[in-house]
Structures are given as structure tokens and as C-alpha cells.
Ligand binder design. Sequence first.
Ligand code: ADP
Ligand code: MG
Length: 256
Amino acid sequence: MATEKEAVMSAGNEEPIITCKNINKWFGSHHVLRDVSLDVKRGEVIVIIGPSGSGKSTFIRTINVLEEIQNGEITVNGIKLSDNVSDIEAIRKETGMVFQQFNLFPHMTILDNLTLAPIWVRKWPKSKAEKIALELLERVGIHDQAKKYPGQLSGGQQQRVAIARTLAMQPEIILFDEPTSALDPEMIKEVLDVMKTLAKSDKTLLVVTHEMKFAREVADRVIFFDGGNIVESGPPAQVFENPKHERTKLFLSQIL
Ligand code: ADP
Ligand code: MG
């Protein structure tokens, strides 16, 4: 039987869920994204690698409009990004983001962290939001921590809460920006395991990470970013075993 993921990915000539066409971004005079174009299929798992400062974070942040672009086109699940506030809100509903520093609300319990947005943005009744939140906490293996505050949890647990909080809004797309980079080594696996499970679901994932083993195992496509552009892109076996570009080879030789 086809998995959820195989079913969505083989659904045929469906429109890409994300389309970026020649996007450009400057911070002042610093040209940070240079004509970046990318189509992402529904259900696809893309891992983005590349040196520090190459524009990886800026790129994924443009997709949920945390960064403005100066030119180019972004379409997310059929919604074309414009200056229109309702388009921006609609795109944000389709995309969740998980950050390196978890970004949980420190003064709220774990459960309240998960229910806040569904209650205020999705307008769910508290009982429904709490039921779903507890199911998600169970899924990431921390349902027994629901009444605690973020500061009482380990980094790995906090990041799993952050993933559950993102899932609570039921986004189609989840953007991860170095989700394990702030974690102690022994906690990295518990977060990657949750991400591996997600990778098998029908969600579309874009993951910026330095975890190359994870990339090899779960990516449908690996993208190497350098100098504000996509230098190379392909299945993990090709990018890791047989990189075409010197810059990719150099980067991989430094980190592997
Ligand atoms: P990466 O995630 O690949 O390390 P970033 O996207 O964070 O790279 O940064 C790309 C470039 O943009 C870097 O030179 C960085 O210093 C610069 N930059 C990032 N954010 C800002 C900002 N808010 N203001 C000015 N420059 C920024
Ligand atoms: Mg970054």
C-alpha cells in the first residue's frame, strides 16, 4: 500500500505547492538572495545545506513572509504573495516554522503554547484545541509535560513542543531553520526522529540543517546554497556522492 506521502507525491501533474521565481532580496546594499528559483512538490522533503551567511535562513523566511522580497514571485498553495495583508495572512496559515531557538512563550504552559494560535487564529473552542494539543504532545512523546513551563523542559523537549505547536495549526508546509543546532548532542536524535516521522507524512518540509545523515536518509532533494543562490540541487545520493560543482565539493569536504 502506498504511504500517505507516496500517495500525494504520485498524484500526478499537480501544481507545485511552492513556486519561487527569480526572487531577489537586499539588506540595504547587501544582495542576499540572487535570482533564486525553486518549485517544491506537494509532500516533498527538501533539505537545504550551505555555508553560514549564504542566505538559507533568509530564503526560507521569505516563503512565510517573515522577510520581504524586493522582486520576484512567490506562490504558496495557490496564493500569490502580494502586498495584500489577507494574502500574507493566508500564506502564513499554510506554513509553519520551527526555529533554532524554539521560540516558545516562556510564561505560558506547554499546553497553552499549543492552544494559543488555534484558539485565536483558527477560532477553535478551547476544548477542541486542548484535545488536539494533547494528541500532538503524545505524538512527539511529551504528553506528561503539558502543565509545565518551557523553562522546566530540556532543549530537546522544548523543540519537540515547538514542532507540536506548529502542527497544531495544521499547516501544509513546515519550514525548519536549523532545528537541532542549539541542542546538546544527546538531544539531537529525539528531535530528528520526530522530523523523520513527519517526513513520511503528507506534509511538505523545507529543512535547513547541518545534519547530513538526516539529509541522506529523509530528503527527496538536497539543495546546496552558496552566495545567495542555489548552486546545486538533486537527490541526496547525487549531491553527496557525486557533486557537480566545485563549491559543493569544497563545502562537503569541510563538513563531512
Ligand atoms: P544563513 O542562514 O545561510 O547563515 P542568512 O540568510 O542568515 O544566512 O544571511 C544571509 C546574509 O544576510 C548574511 O550576510 C547576513 O549577515 C545577512 N543578514 C541576515 N539577516 C539580516 C538582517 N536582518 N539585516 C541585515 N543583514 C542580514
Ligand atoms: Mg541561518
